[in-house]
Design a protein around this ligand. Sequence first.
Ligand code: PNW
Length: 471
Amino acid sequence: MNAKNPRRFPEDFVWGSATASYQIEGAAAEDGRGPSIWDTFSHTPGKTLNGDTGDVACDHYHRLPEDLEHIAALGLDAYRFSIAWPRVQPGGSGSFNQKGIDFYSRLVDGLLERGIKPVATLYHWDLPQELEDAGGWPSRDTAYRFEEYAEQMARQLGDRIHLWTTLNEPWCSAYLGYASGVHAPGRTEPAAALAAVHHLNLGHGLAGRAIRSVLPGAQVSITLNLHVARPVDPSSVADVDAVRKIDALANRAFLGPLLDGRYPADLWEDTAHVTDWSFVRDGDTATIQIPLDVLGVNYYSTNLVRRWDGTGDPGAADGHGNAAGSPWVGASDVEFVRPPGPYTAMGWNIDASGMTELLVRIHREYPDLPQMVTENGAAFEDVVADDGSIHDPKRISYLHDHIDAVGAAMDDGADVRGYFAWSLMDNFEWSYGYDRRFGIIRVDYDTGQRTWKDSAYWYRDVIARGGLPAT
Ligand code: PNW
């Protein structure tokens, strides 16, 4: 880390941290919770590292009071969590489960009592299994079920929610869930993945509209994991075109309908041999293009791509170490090249400049759209010292440089309203199970004990100071 000046953020900048229901809650079969696609997937042999499941996870469901104290002690302005759909509506349609709703009510009240803004995500990947059995996101009906669920949550949690996020990273839900199959439900059907893209977008629009019909003043957002793709050779027309294809699949497949009211023509052309997109009906993009109060942006790393020269396996590296099928539907001529390091324990390259580039790009293309970094963080191999302390200088350095990069984007005019560190605590890292630790708080999975890493103390001080120290 080079010597840097201190950096201050606006007084009203929101400092937060984030988690997701399936990754932390556990209590998978308690108080009426129904099964989700992640229960099914993680219990299928070979799908997760070491066969890990979210059955117990961080046991957050039972340790809520204790976790609220950690959130308060960090001094967070906001806490981003997700609601497990199968906990509040076990079958994904029909009756709701009061005990499940009560849990989120206690969470929200606990946050408000401590002066912390609740930021609620309605869908962070735990689809009720019954809805997958009926077709999942490739089926249009799932979008209507999502609308009903969203409306009910607006009624139950009401004006206590500071910001509603409909979906977390629909890119992952669609392409990792239905194309590469490394996420639940583990299907490898490229055409279905593109249908899922559309029905997730549609679900967002329907849900946002439903929330606002119950709560006219509600703040509504969506969180995207936008990709920063760079060409191996910027002077190569073929490599630049590879970037365009990835940008269409990863970014504009969502930004287009959400913000421009249409799908990009090149996306449809690139994927014409996979699907005719006839699942997009008249009026759908108008439904999707509801006003967004803020765009949530999750950023971790960059991607390096070029036109595949026909040798080797272009799908072997999708930029995130997912070795199964390719998530890049219709882009089989694009090769992902491992970017220069350093790398995190996920194998993802560390490059804070991508954060600035991304936020500035969105600002240039959508000047009136406020943004919020809803996830950023890193997994490293943490070592517990003899005295129980956890020195994680790499995580501190990662967070420092990326927060600094957010500030640089704001210097360039980007309207960024907040930053959420991923994650509040170590948790179930999807197909990597408990092996990869993203938390600023360590979780001992044998005892459930929470221990602040150095990065948690550091982040607490950043929040208290309203910015970064000189280094
Ligand atoms: C995001 N990829 O997941 C999620 O929102 C979190 O739940 C997760 O824990 C975090 O980032 C760290 O992984 C992603 O392969 C998972 O591109 C995979 C990818 C991207 C994001």
